[in-house]
Ligand binder design. Structure first.
Ligand SMILES: Cc1cc2nc3c(=O)[nH]c(=O)nc-3n(C[C@H](O)[C@H](O)[C@H](O)COP(=O)(O)O)c2cc1C
Ligand code: SF4
Ligand code: SF4
Ligand code: FES
Length: 621
């Protein structure tokens, strides 16, 4: 796409004409190969693409086959993913050397390469089409629909699929006030954390006095394990830009920023290309669509501090100062970037805006629950079988997400809990597996939606150790400006480390609870304000684990090394010798075909025997 001269789009008629000619140019008889060229690059998808290009050239198939480099297909666990249209054939874990077979079997002969299809672990059957795989079948792809379908570096591909028509509708058939009220009517709540109603924020900002206003898209995404915002920026950057231009029109902004962390090079690359192409077409810059709207967007790179995702710290960072939060009020909608009224929304929120103006507020508000409208993208990770990017209707149950889409827990283990909302989210136990996932239910359960991280844990996860992990993360990421967060996190980490290392004392649980409540009510920003969630939620649902650590000096999950030992269950061991051979300390003894034993004096608890034994004869006590 780069290097191609783009057509000027001065009016909505130009836009529709261009869309018409693009659709006409497209050859419906052509076979389309869609390949993930973003996250899957880590698994050599670029080499797969190159191999396909060579194969197609060598076979003289250029007129019959189109290769499209797309964003994330969602089922990242199975990457690199290749989908062949129109038959929707789904190939996974494709290597460069597989491309020859795909071209000869599928492209030339219309067959399938069975070994590359997804195999259902329950039925052991191969599934041919992407749409029939449970991981996809049970989702409702709306905001992430284009990811994995369009070439994110080609504005024309976005336009051909209906892109920028939402902008055309908003700018040419509505007033700014009507745009704001449509966002209010849609019921959209911000996807970046707190779930604040987007329309109310826009209304406040548009009513704020002043001629200079700003729009900011927050793509900082610092939560460990989260990648929904990255995937959207990489796979469908124009949907964010389109939402931002609509926002600029609504509040009267002439300049916008997208804040992205430096660790997201593909997101930065694709957003930069998208902005440049939108400028070249005239969709950014002066007199957009002939309406008199002037609007530009710049990318601002963050250095990767978690706290810079917090809105006031983020704006200070854009201003060129060290990103630390400031107290609110004044809220950014009234006094934001350089002291001017600013709408700051998460990138996924802007993706939702584009959908609302494309399909209507009524359509949008018909999806989801009473107080949580639309769909939500989650990054589903941890001990679940199918990890990846998942989009579901608000109100879908945890069970449906973890077992229906995620396929349940790996290695036949039992589900224990799910951490939602990132490091300052909370842990939800199995007893609440049937709860609907929406803002209010999650909050009532002691967790938060956050920006959509979902980490699944099984019986081998220690909940005290998990709380310690998140508190350590937050301790490192706290800017240290206010005492409750800075000192509270230090104390919490100290107490949790003591508990995990066998020095827990009577009263520790109460101290943690009190500290948590104090930090929640007195910290300056949301980092300290929500930091105790992992501790308070694990105490609420897994108090017995804390008590076992403190009073019995036992970690039943076998994670806290001072608090358990490995042993071999004689009844289960068949004496295969595998553990004995691999034990680095020679701590395991036993004759072939006879039960083995572990010498606790020599065992260093490396866990090698535990993970190797296929009969689960190595146990924890
Ligand atoms: C420590 C901290 C980190 C945050 N990180 C992010 C982030 O990475 N992305 C994001 O959109 N919001 C993040 N937020 C929330 C933002 O402050 C802000 O509420 C949000 O971007 C507003 O957008 P929304 O209304 O569309 O959700 C963070 C908040 C805190 C306290
Ligand atoms: S709560 Fe933590 S991160 Fe926020 S200002 Fe205070 S010290 Fe900094
Ligand atoms: S690997 Fe398992 S079955 Fe084999 S000897 Fe060790 S404990 Fe026994
Ligand atoms: S990154 Fe390739 S499928 Fe998700």
């Amino acid at each position: 796409m780069r290097g191609k001269r783009l057509q000027q789009i001065r009016t909505t008629a130009d836009l529709e004409r261009l869309r018409g000619s693009l659709l006409q140019k497209g050859d419906p008889g052509k076979i389309l190969i869609r390949i993930c060229n973003t996250g899957c690059r880590a698994r050599k998808s670029a080499k797969v693409i190159e191999a396909f290009e060579n194969e197609v050239r060598e076979q003289g198939l250029q007129d019959k086959v189109e290769i499209k480099k797309t964003g994330c297909h969602g089922f990242c666990e199975m990457g690199p993913i290749v989908v062949i249209e129109p038959e929707n054939i789904f190939y996974c874990r494709v290597k460069p050397e597989d491309t020859g077979d795909i071209v000869s079997e599928t492209i030339l002969n219309g067959g399938v390469v069975e070994r590359l299809l997804w195999k259902d672990p329950d039925t052991k059957k191969f599934i041919k089409c992407e749409k029939d795989i449970p991981f996809y079948k049970k989702q409702k792809k709306s905001i992430s629909f284009n990811c994995g379908r369009i070439d994110p570096t080609d504005i024309e591909d976005y336009i051909a699929g209906g892109g920028y028509s939402a902008l055309g509708k908003a700018l040419t058939t509505m007033t700014p006030a009507e745009v704001v009220e449509m966002v209010v009517a849609s019921g959209l709540r911000g996807r970046g954390g707190g779930g604040f109603p987007a329309g109310i924020k826009w209304r406040l900002c548009s009513a704020a006095p002043g001629n200079i206003k700003y729009i900011i898209a927050n793509g900082d995404e610092g939560d460990p394990g989260a990648f929904m915002d990255r995937s959207l920026m990489e796979g469908d950057p124009h949907s964010i830009i389109e939402g931002m231009i609509i926002g600029a029109f609504a509040i009267g902004a002439r300049h916008g920023f997208i804040y992205v962390r430096q660790e997201y090079p593909i997101a930065i690359e694709h957003l930069s290309i998208a902005i440049q192409q939108a400028e070249e077409c005239g969709l950014l810059g002066k007199d957009i669509l002939g309406t008199g709207l002037d609007f530009t967007i710049k990318i601002d790179r963050g250095a990767g501090a978690f706290v810079c995702g917090e809105e006031t710290a983020l704006m200070i960072s854009i201003e060129g100062r060290s990103g630390t939060p400031r107290s609110r009020p004044p809220y950014p909608a009234i006094e934001g970037l350089w002291g001017k009224p600013t709408v700051l929304n998460n990138v996924e929120t802007f993706g939702n805006i584009t959908k609302i103006f494309s399909k209507g507020a009524d359509w949008y508000s018909s999806i989801g629950t009473d107080n949580s409208k639309g769909t939500k993208i989650f990054s589903l990770v941890g001990k679940v079988k199918n990890t990846g990017l998942v989009e579901v209707e608000m109100g879908t149950t945890l069970r449906e997400i973890i077992f229906g889409i995620g396929g349940g827990i790996r290695k036949g283990k039992r589900f224990k809990a799910v951490q939602t909302g990132g490091p300052s989210g909370g842990c939800i136990p199995i007893s609440r597996i049937d709860m609907p996932v929406d803002y209010d239910s999650l909050r009532e359960a002691g967790a938060i939606m956050g920006s959509g991280g979902m980490i699944v844990m099984d019986e081998s996860s220690c909940m005290v150790d998990l709380a310690r992990y998140f508190i350590q993360f937050l301790l490192f990421e706290s800017c240290g400006k206010c005492i409750p967060c800075r000192e509270g996190l230090k104390q919490m980490h100290h107490i949790l480390t003591n508990i995990c290392e066998g020095r827990g004392e009577h009263g520790d649980i109460e101290t943690l609870t009190e500290l948590g409540r104090f930090m929640t009510t007195t910290s300056l920003c949301g980092l300290g304000g929500t930091a105790s969630n992992p501790v308070l939620s694990t105490i609420r649902y897994f108090r017995d684990e804390y008590e076992a650590h403190i009073y019995d000096k036992k970690c039943r999950a076998g994670v806290c090394k001072n608090l358990f030992e490995y042993y071999i269950d004689e009844e289960l061991c068949n004496g295969c010798t595998l553990c004995k051979v691999k034990c680095p300390e020679g701590a395991i003894t036993g004759r072939k075909k006879k039960p083995h034993m572990i010498d606790p004096q020599k065992c260093i608890k490396c866990g090698i025997c535990y993970s190797l034994c296929k009969l689960e004869a190595v146990r924890v006590r």
